[in-house]
Design a protein around this ligand. Sequence first.
Ligand SMILES: N[C@@H](CCC(=O)N[C@@H](CS)C(=O)NCC(=O)O)C(=O)O
Length: 217
Amino acid sequence: MSSSIDIYGMQLSAPVRIVQMTAQCLNLPYTFKEVDLLKNEHKTEEFLKLNPMHTIPTVVDGDINLAESRATAGYLVGKHGKDDKLYPKDVLTRYKVDKMLYFDMGVFYKAFGDIVYPKLFGGAAPEQKHWDRLAEVLGWLNGFVAGGEFVAGTNHLTIADISLLATYSTISAAGITDLTKYPEAEAWFKKCADQIPNYASANGDGAQAFGTWFKSK
Ligand SMILES: N[C@@H](CCC(=O)N[C@@H](CS)C(=O)NCC(=O)O)C(=O)O
């Protein structure tokens, strides 16, 4: 494989790590271009030309600029995958993968963000309803993967697992809740992490860095 992509972002960002893990699973080489949000590097004229939404990850693949991590992951599988295993084309399976990708963005990551963002960026402390919501959502995830399932019901890893893993590992590293209450999710997390090449550099180290940063606040 001769192609390579550029991933703009920082390791603290869970969405950035979705794209990194996907590239690792595809054996797709990438160059990491640091964009430090804390230094406002995502608001430079140069970066806004790549992605006017000023979000990371932003990916440059040849002459295509990509944003939105989960859509980017799907694109990369279609463009660079030797098969469709990570993002199956079968209509029902794809629905299940998409469902979990939307669940991750709109529900799981949201529940996590509502807990951690106030401490990191200012704002009212999370209320009991936010903690209850996180527990409810983690309970759902625990059920989705019960019995050794991958999250979209496949017998192999998909980008739905990768996406949820980025969020889950960040929650785990931040230590915001006791994950031993969700043993099926814990087992799924370990199983998936073991299947991602270079897991530490693609996700684990960044999740840990997030945890250290969060705990320092
Ligand atoms: N849904 C987007 C979220 C991307 C996102 O909001 N990333 C954050 C960092 S985790 C960011 O770029 N924030 C800076 C900004 O929105 O200006 C994705 O998954 O790519």
